[in-house]
Design a protein around this ligand. Structure first.
Ligand code: PEP
Ligand code: MG
Length: 575
């Protein structure tokens, strides 16, 4: 059946491919008793699923690309061993035979028992293995449920033709997808500046959120068109529509290729005013895309992604290696490392229990100041990395002067600890602050006086100014970057920082939206930080912008209070 769903665009471009439904199979497992005469058939079904999962792993092993990290092969080997173990391949058969549980139920019961044993182990390595067991069981469950035509069964290159369809994906889930090469993402829920959406954008593939019923209406392997530019998903298109989108897809690809040619062109306005273009990253592996994009440095390294999908926190050494890798790869260009911004939609392990209102709770710098040992370990790791490149520190979610003072005092403490240990670090390391809470934007002198640079986090600034949860698609229509209150806070921050001779960047998603480039330039912004894939389009817009023309228009737009007038002036700016 041919139909169209509308959602919010997260990442531009068009992709045509087959649906791959993703869900937590574990949550959807049916529990029922099988009739005595059906027990042998149920055992047979179970054995067949185990065999299928083994085949999947063998196929994966055979298709490991030569350039994939060595851990990948180790991880497949480990999963094969887990699957061979009788606790998963034999014990559930007993449960089916003796208690007449259906195969899925038997398997999940057995998994829970085994995982519990692992969780009680003193050895952190063993505790971590519980997660591998869960992943192996998910694979068998998929085979049992019949939704196994997924990542496992297909050879790796095939993944590139798949579109992930999910009800919801957490940033941690998205992080796992970074290892794969899907062609597109669509979800039922989620806001356009949620961290899930940000990760989808950093993968540089078309994505749509807020489709509401996609997960229920789409079947595995359905042919889909993801129009990430319009936020439209076409399911089972007829040949004419398909041909039309194929044409648009190739035009889009052509445009992108043209833009990539600007890689080495310096970013400057028509008058020749240089504009700094930096990149946002989540993991060290993103540096490759940064180098290819021609970015002049890294304006935001969201380090919290090193802390997700694991039970143990990364050690100081592990963090140091990650930061050093980025610092070295950037070869003297600035690398702004943001300290841990966990909480809200990037929750750590369960021991840091969810707050009643996590976006307003112990998030980011508040968490770090409440957990000084975790913060100190990160600061030491960043300081040590500063010996290997041009590293700067960025503090997220500041609202109070005492937060800056405490953070700076802890930085001094981290330096003293490193000195005592004889470790080397840069003599002077710049410390900046994120302006992403309205209170910070309104009390700017407090920040300008204490910090070396500022970075406007427009994603949170909009969320906190308009009191809407950036992850909640029920209020996504109220998420408005050109609300006059938001624009005033941004303009005021840029002007005050410039007057105070403190460099200021925008590193929220607004920096990567071509529709806002001229407005931000007209407000006085000279430093943008966004996903590497978005930089060429931003650069192209800058090259075609005259500051003399956009400055007065931006000022007129800032004076306007009527939303229709603001939109009209924005269109005029972009004409
Ligand atoms: C922001 O809030 O705009 C920002 C850049 O930080 P994050 O999206 O990680 O909250
Ligand atoms: Mg933020």
């Amino acid at each position: 059946m041919n139909f169209v769903l509308h959602g919010s665009s997260v990442s531009r471009g068009i992709f045509i491919g087959r649906a791959h439904l993703v869900s937590s199979a574990r949550l959807e497992v049916a529990h029922y008793e099988v009739a005595p005469q059906s027990v042998p058939a149920e055992i047979y079904r179970f054995d067949a699923a185990i065999a299928r999962a083994k085949q999947d792993l063998a196929a994966l092993e055979a298709h490991v690309p030569a350039d994939s990290p060595p851990e990948f092969a180790t991880f497949i080997g480990l999963h094969r061993m887990i699957l061979e173990d009788s606790s998963l391949s034999q014990m559930p058969r007993e449960l089916i035979r003796e208690r007449r549980c259906n195969a899925e139920w038997a398997l999940v019961q057995q998994m829970n028992a085994v995982v519990e044993q692992f969780e009680q182990a003193d050895d952190p390595y063993l505790r971590e293995r519980g997660r591998d067991i869960e992943q192996v069981v998910e694979r068998v469950l998929k085979a049992l449920i019949g939704a196994h035509q997924g990542i496992a069964e297909r050879a790796l290159p095939e993944e590139a033709r798949l579109i992930v369809v999910a009800h919801d994906l957490s940033p941690a889930d998205m992080l796992l997808f970074k290892r794969h090469q899907f062609g597109g993402f669509v979800t039922d829920v989620g806001g356009v500046t949620s961290h899930t959406a940000i990760l989808a954008r950093s993968l540089d593939i078309p994505a749509i959120v807020g489709l509401h019923f996609a997960r229920h209406m789409i079947r595995e392997d359905d042919l889909l068109i993801v129009d990430g530019t319009q936020g439209v998903l076409v399911v089972d298109p007829d040949p004419m529509i398909l041909a039309e989108y194929q044409l648009r897809q190739s035009q889009h690809e052509l445009e992108r290729r043209k833009l990539r040619r600007l890689r080495k062109t310096p970013a400057a306005t028509i008058e020749g005013t240089p504009i700094e273009l930096l990149a946002n990253i989540e993991l060290p592996q993103d540096v490759k895309a940064v180098r290819e994009s021609g970015a002049q440095g890294i304006g935001l390294f969201r380090t919290e992604f090193l802390f997700l999908n694991r039970r143990e926190l990364p050690s100081e050494d592990e963090q140091f290696e990650a930061y050093r890798e980025v610092a070295r790869a950037m070869d003297g260009m600035p690398v702004v490392i943001r300290t841990l911004d966990v909480g809200a939609d990037k929750a750590l392990a369960e021991e840091f229990a969810a707050a009643p209102n996590p976006a307003l709770g112990l998030r980011a710098i508040r968490f770090c100041l409440a957990e000084p040992q975790i913060f100190l370990a990160q600061l030491r790791a960043i300081l040590r990395a500063s010996h290997h490149g041009n590293v700067r520190i960025l503090l997220p979610m500041l609202a109070h002067a005492h937060e800056i003072e405490q953070a700076l005092a802890l930085l001094e403490q981290a330096k003293a600890q490193l000195r005592a240990a004889g470790a080397r670090f840069a003599r002077h390391i710049q410390v900046g602050g994120m302006i992403e809470i309205p209170a910070a934007a309104l009390a700017l002198p407090m920040f300008i006086r204490r910090l070396d640079f500022l970075s406007l986090g427009t994603n949170d600034l909009i969320q906190y100014t308009l009191a809407i949860d950036r992850t909640d698609d029920a209020v996504a229509h109220l998420y408005d970057p050109i609300h006059p209150a938001v624009l005033h806070l941004i303009a005021h921050t840029i002007q005050s920082a410039t007057r105070g001779a403190v460099p200021v960047a925008v590193c929220g998603e607004m920096a990567g939206e071509v529709a806002f480039t001229r407005l931000l330039l007209g407000m006085g912004l000279r430093n943008f930080s966004t996903h590497p894939a978005q930089l060429p389009a931003i650069k192209e817009r800058i090259l075609r912008t005259s500051l003399e023309t956009v400055r007065p228009l931006a000022q007129r737009l800032l004076r306007a209070s009527d939303p229709a007038k603001i939109r009209e002036l924005l269109e005029l700016l972009n004409a």
